[in-house]
Design a protein around this ligand. Structure first.
Ligand code: RIB
Length: 303
């Protein structure tokens, strides 16, 4: 019945990546590695990750009419993402300035560029695409008003997955549509605001659920993840790997989870699968280039 397993509505960035021994403090200059330019952006990353796993995937996004836009289109096309709704123009392609330290951790600053011009009208124009998609996944590198319109336009029966990254306080109707809301601890703190309980992450999962989402996933890095829905909060263990570059691993996790939910898996099983996808993504450099195939995930599971 659905043409797409997953529709991603989100950002597309050129990632300008420099390896550093350590990040500079305020007012300090450090030397880093050669500059690498990779296709990235949380939306495009999710779309590529899902398509590489075998999901029928489309992306609604906006890039500039420039070399970075073409870099992104090439990567999406190679992965098999339907790019008919990757719109062009409005501003140059978004840019992410990324430093990666020897532990594989990153720091990112995004200049949104064309992502800021993905409008509520673009979402309305894409109504047929929304109706053809089993699951819709989005993030916050596009305007919050565009995300809110997406929520209003969702067809009955279409499931929404939201990773509010970079984090912002969310309106009640957006929160109520999330199934699940996927956050790390930092994002959870921003979404919870004054409702933030200290103590165990389980308490934060319950506090997030009380804000209205139908389900919640809190990612905890090496501690795995928490999944919470009506009445239950469960832990999903992490998969131990040697991290090279964590960039995009959260996007791969979210895409994998969204795809498996659409295939009918329970949230806890989908999160366990997604944890393996995220783990493999940190073992290779870059974002989209690091995402595994379904066969690679199966090999990891049998180790
Ligand atoms: O989540 C990783 C992504 O965040 C990078 O690819 C970068 O573009 C920023 O959007």
């Amino acid at each position: 019945m659905y043409e797409y397993d997953l529709l991603v509505v989100g950002s597309a960035n050129a990632d300008l990546v420099i390896g550093v021994e350590r990040r500079p403090a305020a007012g300090e200059t450090v030397l880093g590695s050669e500059l690498a330019v990779h296709p990235g952006g949380k939306g495009a990353n999710q779309a590529v990750a899902a398509a590489r796993l075998g999901a029928r995937t489309a992306l609604l996004a906006r890039v500039g009419d420039d070399g970075h836009g073409r870099l992104l289109r090439d990567s999406l096309d190679r992965a098999g993402v339907d790019t008919a709704w990757v719109l062009t123009g409005g501003a140059p392609t978004g840019i992410a300035l990324i430093t990666v330290d020897p532990s594989g951790d990153n720091s990112i600053v995004v200049s949104p560029g064309a992502n800021a011009h993905l409008t509520p009208q673009d979402v309305r124009d894409a109504a047929p695409l929304l109706g053809a998609s089993r699951v819709v996944s989005t993030q916050l590198e596009i305007p919050l008003g565009t995300v809110a319109e997406l929520v209003r336009m969702l067809a009955a029966g279409t499931r929404l997955v939201l990773n509010p990254s970079p984090p912002a306080p969310l309106p009640a109707d957006v929160l109520a549509a999330c199934d699940p809301l996927i956050v790390n601890e930092h994002e959870a703190a921003v979404v919870l605001g004054n409702a933030h309980p200290g103590g165990a992450p389980e308490d934060r999962a319950r506090a997030l659920l009380a804000l209205g989402p139908r389900s919640v996933v809190i990612t905890l890095g090496a501690e795995g993840a928490l999944v919470a829905d009506a009445g239950t909060v469960r832990r999903v263990p992490s998969v131990q790997v040697d991290a090279v570059d964590t960039t995009g691993a959260g996007d791969a996790f979210t895409a994998a989870l969204a795809w498996r939910l659409g295939a009918g898996e329970e949230l806890v099983d989908a999160a366990a699968f997604a944890a393996r996808v995220g783990a493999l993504a940190v073992t290779r450099e870059g974002a989209q280039a690091s995402f595994p195939t379904a066969d690679e995930v199966a090999s990891l599971a049998s180790r």
